[in-house]
Design a protein around this ligand. Structure first.
Ligand code: ZN
Ligand code: FE
Length: 256
């Protein structure tokens, strides 16, 4: 049986919608719907009909295209249950005990609050892929708008516990600016320096820097490297608890 296709559709200035299509079942899912037009264009170019939108969180840059896509395709719209009142078009609300399937396989809802309180990520074990919205970014993490540092840190730990070869698709193309910050806090990290060269080449060629993998993020993303002696030394927090190192990194990134 052919493996389902995953396509990234650039939307707005730096958002992505990920489309998953199974030729076997005919299902097509969109993870987030920032904007209807580019998603419709990507679907019709491939002859795909949208069956579902899975929303990670209520921000408009992830949901702005939902209503128009729902009207056009009659698709289901699924979102986190604790944000249901802020997601007016949803037809199904989920949490981590919900049973979702795609192409006959289980899809797991991971509760990853912090950026927003109801934020969820969608994990497809059979595809080895996770869609992390604005929680985990390539070389970064989302801003903490509704939770606190401990909440966001725990969510990142949930994602970091997935297998190293899990492909990570996030909601934004922020990688290059995240790379500059990552280098500033851990310039001695060779894996990071090598990766930044790849990222610069990808962006110069107009390519997305996604997907990344959990293993690559653990080796290079400062927000998953709170145990790094080099980072701790640079922050002047050699013996602090990991969550405190994380909180400091997030503060520094906010000002960067
Ligand atoms: Zn957001
Ligand atoms: Fe966003």
């Amino acid at each position: 049986m052919p493996t389902p296709s995953i396509v990234l559709v650039p939307c707005l200035s730096d958002n992505y919608c990920a489309l998953l299509h199974s030729a076997a079942s005919g299902e097509t899912l969109a993870i987030d719907a920032p904007q209807a037009e580019p998603i419709k264009a990507a679907l019709s170019a491939r002859g795909w009909r949208l069956s579902d939108i899975l929303i990670t969180h209520h921000h408009n840059d992830h949901t702005g295209g939902c209503q128009a896509l729902k009207d056009f395709y009659g698709c289901r719209v699924t979102g986190p249950d604790s944000e249901a009142e802020r997601l007016p078009g949803t037809t199904r609300s989920v949490n981590q005990s919900s049973q979702l399937t795609f192409d006959g396989h289980e899809v797991r809802v991971l509760e990853t609050p912090g950026h927003t309180l109801g934020h969820v990520s969608y994990y497809f074990p059979h595809l080895g892929a996770v869609f992390t919205g604005d929680t985990l970014f390539a070389l970064g993490c989302g801003r903490i708008f509704e939770g606190d540092a401990a909440t966001m840190f725990a969510s990142l730990q949930t994602l970091a516990a997935l297998p190293d070869d899990t492909k990570v698709y996030c909601g934004h193309e922020y990688t290059l600016s995240n790379a500059r910050f990552a280098l500033s806090v851990e310039p001695e990290n060779r894996a990071l320096a090598d990766r930044v060269k790849d990222i610069e080449a990808q962006r110069a060629a107009g390519q997305p820097t996604l997907p990344t993998t959990i293993g690559l993020e653990k080796a290079t993303n400062p927000f998953l490297r709170t145990e790094s002696a080099a980072i701790r030394a640079r922050l002047g927090l050699p013996f602090a608890p990991p969550v405190q190192v994380f909180a400091r990194l997030r503060e520094l990134k906010n000002k960067a």
